[in-house]
Design a protein around this ligand. Structure first.
Ligand code: PFF
Length: 443
């Protein structure tokens, strides 16, 4: 498609792909799902799924992008023939669907960042719940949504090198630095160990608990962000000699490390601030209401102010580097399918995303339902991608990796894992997730 665009360097690609992976999923999603229970069993399942399923799938997605040179909408059809065209549409549907509410969550983070800077955070439990209602509905929520969408659109419109790579090159190192400072600070606080105990507490029976399994699957897929076409869209601009498996390992390692370190910030914070009773139910708003009021409390003073500003700035940077990758899916598809310019494609995509996001912007319950449906669809498209690359056109997988000088042993190992480990595990996971989604569906 757009033959002229290329990443400035391999590091540029890795940081952009890690930027896509590291996002609200690591900070908000991890805290939200881990707090629903499961402890160490949830963490262990999440890591196992990342390694056995998401890593080989990420390699397959990158291979599909670089090999076809097409956008997510067209790449499956180009690789597997007409029968695979619906997968392209599924990529498009899921990425725009996720982006529509992701932008709203990003708006909550932006509003909370602004309130942190101004020192306007809620001071007690009642204020905290009123605070969350005030930022998650009405004008405040809509303003946050529009602002976040505008800057996401601005970065994508500036192009791969001039927008996406430029932002992620400074944003990601800054994010790592801020996160490590926060984790270190948290580790020196007196009650931090209670937070670690909640997050890593071991109960073997949870390994077979459907809710824990379903949460671990959703968390792994959402966090790595594979099976949706975002990394595929980025891989189109990859150099033909770059080592895809090594780059995939770097992205997965960075993402998982950030997820775990973020957990080592949020859970100790909850314990330090004595907010355990508020977090048990693990609702969407936990991160945006419970933590701010704890940090604004009288015992925290300047430290609380600094931690809340750093924490919500970190969340906002993480969110924007993910939102741009989601937006790149419809943008590159419109450019590829109907030859639109990048800026026109951005305009059309953000208008559609804004409209689709309106129900989530005015009703947080709708947002929660959208999240659970989109997560199930994300895993579905991941399964189809594994079947396409592992079973339908394995020769493309092999040839593309051979051309960039990956060793035969690695290629065969990856392909074998994709076919015989990842595919059956995703099938089981998807069944559990669908069953959970229908059971919890609120009509
Ligand atoms: N991985 C991102 C996060 O953890 O917030 C969300 C995401 C980005 C999901 C890109 C899917 C995707 F394609």
């Amino acid at each position: 498609m757009t033959g002229k665009e290329r990443w400035g360097s391999n590091l540029g690609f890795v940081l952009a792909a890690a930027g896509s992976a590291v996002g609200l999923g690591n900070l908000w999603g991890f805290a939200y799902r881990a707090s629903q229970g499961g402890g160490g069993a949830f963490v262990l399942l999440y890591i196992a799924i990342v390694l056995l399923v998401c890593l080989p799938l990420l390699v397959a997605e990158m291979v599909l992008g670089r090999n076809t040179g097409n956008s997510p909408l067209i790449a499956p059809r180009r690789a597997g023939g007409k029968a695979w065209a619906p997968l392209g549409w599924l990529f498009l549907l899921v990425s725009v669907g996720i982006l529509s509410y992701y932008i709203v969550l990003m708006g909550y983070a932006g509003t909370t960042l602004l309130k942190s800077v101004l020192g306007n955070l809620p001071l007690d439990k009642t204020e905290a719940s009123n605070y969350f209602s005030s930022i998650s509905t009405g004008e405040v929520s809509l303003r946050g949504q529009m602002f976040s969408l505008a800057i996401t659109g601005g970065v994508v419109a500036a192009g791969i090198r001039g927008g996406i790579e430029r932002l992620t090159k400074w944003g990601m190192p800054l994010l790592f630095l801020m996160l490590i400072c926060l984790a270190l600070w948290a580790s020196f606080q007196p009650n931090a160990h209670e937070g670690y105990a909640f997050l890593f507490g071991w109960d073997a029976s949870k390994l077979t608990d459907p809710e824990t399994i379903s949460n671990a699957f959703k968390q792994a897929f959402f966090s790595i962000g594979t099976g949706i076409g975002a990394i595929l869209a980025y891989s189109v601009y990859l150099d033909s000699r770059s080592a895809i498996p090594e780059e995939a390992v770097a992205v997965v390692t960075l993402d998982t490390a950030v997820g775990l370190i973020a957990g080592c910030v949020t859970f100790p914070l909850v314990a330090i601030l004595g907010l355990g009773d508020l977090v048990g139910e693990g609702s969407i708003g936990t991160l945006f209401s419970t933590l701010p009021h704890g940090l604004a409390g009288p015992s925290m003073n300047l430290t609380g102010w600094l931690v809340s500003v750093l924490f919500f700035a970190l969340i906002y940077i993480a969110a924007i580097t993910s939102a741009i990758s989601l937006l790149e899916v419809p943008v590159s598809s419109l450019m590829d399918q109907i030859g639109l310019s990048r800026s026109k494609a951005v305009w059309i995509s953000i208008v559609i995303t804004a409209l689709l996001g309106l129900p989530s912007a005015i009703d947080v319950n709708f947002l929660a339902q959208a999240d659970s449906i989109m997560n199930a669809l994300l895993i579905t498209s991941g399964l189809l991608l594994a079947i396409l690359m592992g079973w339908s056109v394995p020769s493309r997988f092999k040839n593309e990796l051979e051309d960039s000088k990956t060793s035969k042993l690695k290629i065969n190992g990856l392909l074998w894992t994709l076919r015989w480990i990842s595919t059956p595990i995703i099938t089981i996971g998807l069944t559990v997730v669908l069953e959970e989604t229908f059971r919890n569906w609120q009509f």
